[in-house]
Ligand binder design. Structure first.
Ligand code: ADP
Ligand code: MG
Length: 347
């Protein structure tokens, strides 16, 4: 995980906006030739290419999207970038640049923003993305971060949510549910800490879950892999809100139905054991948990031989005609309708 070693406090008001921007961005590296101008002028300048440009933006608000009591700022910076890159990869494109805008209250010292930017820079350097600008302003209370990511893809490679066809296979990368459980573990530790500030956090049995919550990785590797395997998904989306709502997005936009098989949903061992411990249903967690940042996509049946042996990819269902609806086929072989937050247990 990412460590936070910074303990001193320099007031932001002492520094002023321009010095602050300069300070936070002095180590920024440019990775792409087509980033003609990054930070420092009225606009960044990008060279036009023959490819199509993908643009996505996300706004994160303290107290709504993150809680500073268990989210170290370096992780927050890293995660805020990942959330955006994930959207670019979900279009089957490659992220190239980001802009970062922050609104910050004077409750935060300079050192806190240095941590935030250390995480942002780490993400940019590991994923080959250029930080090319942003905006900085103050807020009365709390921290806001808005990131915009710019990506590129060849026109014929762009994958939308609306291309799934009946009989296509439904595939997911990685495993599901861990990030949500990581949050539950951190929430529990926070309460223990509030009751007894001398308590030591007990996280050894939950390392994978906490890592998935605090340091998610966007699946750039999957975009590369699909290219290597010569598989172009018919539709794709990233899993930010939980499997069920992402399936419903694809089904609605593609005008298809879906059968999802409960026994195929990929779960890490820590997810299974922690669900038992917390008395939670692992299928519910995978369907509704969210923040996994895995890719969910559909491929035509012909592509099955190309993906079947890959340990990072799991076929979890198949698409149907729209009139057949969207269903989970349970381990007991019951067919239950999938609704936005999980599935309709009443049906
Ligand atoms: P302007 O007054 O034209 O908005 P600013 O003084 O806000 O310019 O910004 C100066 C430069 O620093 C610009 O290139 C801008 O994109 C960049 N910048 C401002 N804030 C940030 C930030 N939080 N992170 C990265 N770059 C920033
Ligand atoms: Mg500005």
């Amino acid at each position: 995980m990412l460590e936070n070693k910074n303990q001193s406090r320099t007031s932001l008001t002492e520094l002023g906006e321009f010095k602050l921007i300069e300070h936070l961005t002095e180590h920024v590296k440019i990775h792409h030739d087509h980033t003609v101008k990054g930070i420092g002028d009225d606009c960044a300048v990008l060279d036009a290419t023959e490819k199509q440009t993908l643009i996505t933006t996300d706004l994160l608000v303290e107290g709504i999207h993150f809680d500073m009591s268990y989210m170290p700022l370096k992780h927050l910076g890293y995660k805020a970038v990942m959330v955006n890159l994930s959207d670019v990869y979900a279009m089957n494109g490659m992220a190239q640049q980001i802009t970062v805008s922050i609104a910050v209250s004077n409750r935060f010292p300079l050192e806190a923003l240095e941590e935030l930017y250390a995480g942002i820079r780490l993400a940019c350097d590991s994923y080959g993305v250029d930080l090319i600008g942003g905006d900085t302003t103050s807020s009365n209370k709390g921290l806001l971060i808005s990131i915009t990511a710019i990506g590129l893809a060849d026109k014929q490679d762009v994958v939308y949510r609306d291309g799934a066809k009946a009989n296509d296979l439904l595939v997911v990368s990685g495993d599901l549910g861990a990030a949500y459980l990581g949050l539950q573990v951190l929430e529990r530790e926070k309460q223990v800490f509030q009751a007894n500030p001398n308590a030591q956090p007990e996280l050894e049995n939950y390392t994978y879950l906490v890592e998935r919550q605090l340091k998610p990785e966007a699946r750039k590797d999957m975009v590369r892999l699909l290219k290597e395997l010569e598989v172009k998904p018919t539709s794709m989306i990233d899993i930010s809100d939980g499997l069920s709502s992402e399936i419903l997005h694809i089904c609605k936009q593609s005008k298809v139905g879906c059968n999802l098989y409960e026994d195929k949903i990929p779960l890490d061992q820590q997810v299974i054991s922690t669900c038992e411990e917390f008395n939670l249903d692992s299928t519910t967690i995978a369907l509704s948990g969210g923040e996994d940042y895995e890719l969910l996509f559909t491929v035509s049946q012909e592509d099955y031989p190309k993906i079947k042996a890959n340990p990072n990819l799991t076929v979890i269902g198949h698409m149907t005609e729209q009139k057949e609806g969207v269903h989970l086929i349970t381990r007991a072989n019951q067919k239950v309708e999938i609704i936005a937050q999980g599935w309709n247990a009443m049906s």
